[in-house]
Design a protein around this ligand. Structure first.
Ligand code: HEM
Length: 380
């Protein structure tokens, strides 16, 4: 765990509270020339705006940590793209090449895959923080909806298309599930249908989705997400809101006693810790490459982040994937429009908290059930 004090301590000219600034100014009148020169030209000091002190605690930094993970994914992804070949006849061999021959290939691949899993986990923890502190309430309802779209994009587009790229047995089965879901969706699944184009096969198209369409959509959603956060300011704590200290869900300027630059430093510090964790997990649990696909078999389970869906496939077949995903994400999307009272303390929101807890426990229990169960056949 990173010591927040050490990260936020004064010492740099951009990372101080107003009181600390006065103290520093009275201690030394010497201007920092290099900093001053750079700041005059680049304007870094606009980032020193005031934020409430609680915005710089761990739970309120989870969004920033998720963002840092996305940056790691982009950098390691560009590295991997130099060696990956999306041609179905050579894709799997190119992954083996990355693992065994490309410079730092196994390390970068391990970091990329584990960061992808960790980013979904930090995004879910961020979501839990938002629910517990009721930060989705007026006026932040639409930013919550953008957040759900971000989570859906990371999980259903990022992790799904990434799994396919390896082009081994598990990838083939994931792709086959996708094709059956596409048939189920009819016109809505058009983009994923073979008939969409006969000039490019599915694997290169999913590669384009993974390396260009998804990052672009993710970037657009993040811009909207960050714009709205800046517009609303970070939400007050439940106590501040319920005590009437934050009219319209925003704290008055005199309650803003910390600096955003401290938040940025924390993000970078935790981001480096996340990178270290991904590297460690990549070393302890190296990414296997399964056998060449055999279309007659169904012998794998999905990546563990999809384990909660698997029992629904056992019960309802392929449509179970659609039912469970739509039910969970649909409920999450409308949550701010159900829990509409201005009250934010947990004890004032018992019903929504119990529903949230049941959903969380259900996802965990279903995931454990899948981890313990043997693989089952779902594809027709
Ligand atoms: C790619 C994933 C995401 C990134 C990078 C991200 C980033 C951020 C950041 C940096 C903040 C401000 C600091 C913080 O609260 O941590 C924030 C706030 C917020 N996020 Fe996210 N977020 C993501 C996903 C989500 C999800 C899944 C939700 C929920 C559905 C969500 C809803 C919100 C809301 C409502 C706020 C305002 C919170 C407040 O004012 O207290 N975000 N996000």
């Amino acid at each position: 765990m990173i010591d927040q004090k050490s990260l936020s301590s004064p010492g740099s000219s951009i990372d101080t509270t107003p009181a600390e600034e006065e103290k520093q100014a009275s201690k030394s009148k010497k201007p920092d020339k290099v900093w001053g020169w750079l700041d005059e030209r680049v304007g870094f000091s606009v980032l020193r705006y005031a934020v409430p002190a609680h915005a710089n605690t761990f739970w309120y930094t989870l969004g920033g940590i998720t963002f840092m993970g996305i940056v790691v994914l982009a950098i390691t992804g560009v590295w991997l793209a130099q060696y990956y070949n999306p041609d179905p006849s050579t894709a799997r061999e190119s992954v083996i090449y990355i693992q065994n021959n490309a410079p730092l290939g196994d390390v970068i691949r391990g970091i990329h895959v584990w960061t992808a899993y960790l980013v979904v986990i930090t995004a879910v923890l961020h979501l839990i923080r938002i629910v517990v502190t009721a930060a989705y309430k007026r006026p932040r309802e639409l930013n919550w909806v953008v957040g759900i779209a971000l989570l859906g994009m990371l999980l259903f587009v990022g992790i799904f298309s990434g799994t396919i790229l390896r082009w081994d047995q598990e990838s083939y089965e994931a792709m086959s599930h996708n094709m059956e879901l596409t048939n189920l969706l009819g016109a809505l699944g058009g983009y994923f249908a073979d008939a969409f184009t006969t000039s490019v096969s599915m694997l290169p198209r999913l590669y384009v989705l993974h390396v260009s369409i998804m990052p672009l959509l993710l970037a657009l959603l993040l811009i909207v997400h960050f714009f709205m956060i800046k517009h609303h300011g970070i939400s007050p704590t439940a106590t501040q809101a319920d005590n009437g200290e934050a009219p319209a869900g925003k704290l008055p300027p005199f309650k803003m006693t910390a600096r955003y630059t401290t938040h940025l430093r924390l993000m970078v510090g935790y981001g480096i810790a996340l990178l270290g964790l991904a590297g460690m997990l990549g070393t302890i649990f190296p990414q296997a490459i399964g056998p060449t696909p055999d279309p007659s078999m169904e012998i794998t389970k999905p990546p563990f982040l999809f384990f909660w869906i698997y029992p629904f496939e056992n019960w309802f077949g392929i449509p179970g994937i659609l039912y469970s995903a739509v039910a969970l994400f649909g409920f999450l999307t409308i949550m701010p429009f159900i829990d509409r009272t201005p009250l934010r303390r947990l004890r004032s929101r018992r019903v929504i908290m119990v529903i949230g807890l049941i959903l969380l426990v259900a996802v965990l229990v279903l995931s454990i059930m899948t981890a313990l169960a043997p693989t089952a056949r779902h594809l027709s």
